[in-house]
Write a protein that binds this ligand. Structure first.
Ligand code: PGA
Length: 241
């Protein structure tokens, strides 16, 4: 894993955008795996300003809540519309998010994997990281070879996301997520983390033992991972001066 440390959140966001925009310029038909959450907001702002054309790009989001209509204010579709789709020339039919309203969730996950496979797989996947080490909604204990699948959200994750929903009860209990197996098949992985609250999980991810109880440690087995962190999130890394 390569670790790049930036003075602040703006720096890591710009770097993530530069890397992805550069990839799109090199290959206008790039296939991107994309995250939601607070951390990538700056990345999307910078990416929308990059001038990169998304005309030929295909995007696949990491995850979506089960049971929220697409138009719900907290759906990840709404997040992507606000942070990317409304600002770039990405054709709507090339933007993919698992459908958490599908009547058969297992079938929806198989369809999503098949669509991704038909697109040629992910050239790059951008990840945030949960305080418990989740990537996408792969919670502690998730299998490292799993494809896209339905999951129960960890209590810690629901508590962390309650701030967006107004109350814990309003946070969905289930989601669809790309599996760690799907993520590890990407050619390149960018992991973004910002702030001192993430310092401990960043240290465990980069320097800790591989463990299924810390899903992000699976990334140590991938040959092309870049961890982009600000000074606060890098604060506990022994390898960073
Ligand atoms: P955050 O979420 O960026 O809102 O901290 C990260 C995650 O849970 O993956």
């Amino acid at each position: 894993m390569r670790v790049e440390v930036f003075d602040d959140y703006a720096g890591l966001s710009q770097r993530a955008s530069d890397l992805v925009a550069g990839l799109i310029r090199t290959n206008p038909a790039s296939v991107l795996g994309l995250p939601t959450g607070s951390t990538p907001e700056g990345f999307y702002t910078a990416l929308c300003r990059s001038g990169a054309s998304f005309q030929g790009v295909r995007t696949f989001n990491l995850d979506e809540y089960v049971g929220l209509p697409r138009e719900h204010a907290q759906s990840y579709y709404t997040f992507m519309k606000q942070h990317l789709y409304d600002h770039v020339d990405l054709p709507p039919e090339q933007a993919h998010i698992p459908n958490g309203m599908a009547p058969d969730l297992e079938a929806e996950c198989r369809r999503y994997e098949e669509t991704l496979r038909a697109a040629g797989g992910l050239d790059v996947v951008v990840l945030g990281i949960g305080l418990n080490g989740h990537i996408g909604f792969n919670e502690p204990g998730a299998a490292w070879d799993a494809p896209t699948h339905p999951v129960m959200l960890a209590q810690a994750t629901r508590e962390a996301n309650a701030r967006f929903f107004g109350s814990l009860e309003a946070v969905p209990t289930r989601a669809l997520t790309m599996g760690i197996g799907t993520i590890l098949r990407a050619h390149r992985i960018l992991l973004l983390a910002s702030g001192s609250a993430k310092a401990e999980i960043v240290k465990r991810t980069v320097e800790g033992a591989l463990s299924i109880s810390v899903p992000a440690t699976a990334l140590q087995s991938h040959p092309n991972v870049t961890v982009l962190v600000d000074r606060a999130a890098a604060g506990m890394l022994s390898s960073v001066a």
